[in-house]
Design a protein around this ligand. Structure first.
Ligand code: UDP
Ligand code: MG
Length: 316
């Protein structure tokens, strides 16, 4: 039997987008003659996304659904999907059709040629405001610089072989960062270029706040450079203080008057800022340690739809 491709997609309040996505994907994958399963993870949607997923799973045995017990966020939703995928290779894709499904056959081809991780790299950046674009670029630069894990142009749209997926699932982290971890694992890689489409149906499900959390999580789970930076800044201040102290002492011994009230205020402000920033940085790491130590499950499942169980209210 030919290889099974699992397609994993997180769904959060996508409404009619669910059918649009399933239809589009079915077209492309059956058109390419692939044997596949589609794992749709409902990330605690507040709309009728789950009902739509259940209906799709009843219409097509290849469609399966997993419903999380609340909105856990895209990262845990993707993880839930990955843990439910049974294919020989798995493709993670957004369900809003911003990631072009037409690229999947090309990714599968690369996998057949021996690649374990096939990343879709964006050629353009449509469907994002100026702030999002700048913020994204700044984050990718900072992340790449701090961690040596290259994220320039990276997306979550990628294919993993079974071996790479099993390696990824062995990572014990609770707040994972798929784009980073799927690069960190290594394995033979390959990239293809894609054009990111405009979002169909509503705006981005991310808020500035959730994006900021993702960025902080990503960086703190991959690099302790910010902590070292705090140490370095502290050392620079200490050196400066010693020099300034020596200069003041010499002037005092020489009988000169010591003045500089504004300088004192300024120094206090600067020091205060750095102390608080430093504490904040340490706090972020502490929060992550706290989260990991608590060891709560990364997501909880409320219901599954495998196309076999018909909901009771439908049989009446
Ligand atoms: N998503 C999710 N949980 C969330 C936010 C988003 O599962 O809390 C899903 C969403 O349904 C979509 C994908 O993650 O399939 C990407 O979300 P979105 O398109 O809003 O983000 P963007 O394209 O702006 O990165
Ligand atoms: Mg999107």
């Amino acid at each position: 039997m030919s290889a099974l491709i699992s397609v994993v997609a997180p769904v959060y309040n996508e409404g009619p987008g669910v059918e649009r996505f399933v239809r589009r994907l079915t077209e492309v994958l059956t058109g390419a003659g692939l044997r596949y399963e589609l794992v749709l993870v409902d990330d605690g949607s507040g709309d009728d996304s789950w009902d739509r997923i259940v209906r799709q799973s009843l219409l097509d045995r290849r469609v399966r659904g997993v419903q999380l017990s609340r909105n856990f966020g895209k990262e845990p939703a993707v993880l839930a999907g990955l843990e439910h995928a049974s294919g020989d290779a798995v493709v993670v894709i957004d369900s809003d059709l911003q990631h072009p499904p037409t690229a999947i056959p090309a990714m599968v081809k690369r996998w057949r040629e021996g690649a374990h991780v096939v990343e879709a790299v964006k050629r353009n950046r449509t469907g994002q405001g100026l702030i999002g674009r700048l913020g994204g670029r700044l984050f990718n630069r900072a992340f790449t610089g701090l961690t040596k894990v290259d994220l320039i142009g990276a997306t979550d749209f990628r294919l993993l072989s079974r071996a790479a997926l099993d390696a990824l699932l062995r990572l014990p982290e609770h707040s994972s960062f798929f784009r980073g971890t799927s690069s960190w694992i290594g394995f033979r890689r390959s990239t293809i270029e894609v054009d990111i489409d405009h979002r169909e149906g509503g705006g981005s499900r991310w808020t500035i706040r959730s994006l900021f959390r993702l960025a902080v999580n990503g960086i703190t789970s991959f690099s302790s450079a910010p902590l070292h930076l705090v140490t370095l800044v502290g050392m620079a201040f200490a050196a400066f203080a010693v020099l300034l102290g020596a200069q003041t002492l010499i002037r005092w011994i020489g009988g000169g008057s010591v003045e500089g009230f504004p300088t004192v205020i300024l120094l206090l402000l600067v020091m205060g800022t750095f102390v608080l920033l430093g504490l904040g940085v340490i706090g972020e790491y502490l929060a992550r340690i706290h989260e990991e130590v608590r060891g709560r499950p990364r997501y909880l499942i409320q219901e599954r739809a495998d196309g076999l169980s018909v909901p009771e209210e439908w049989t009446a």
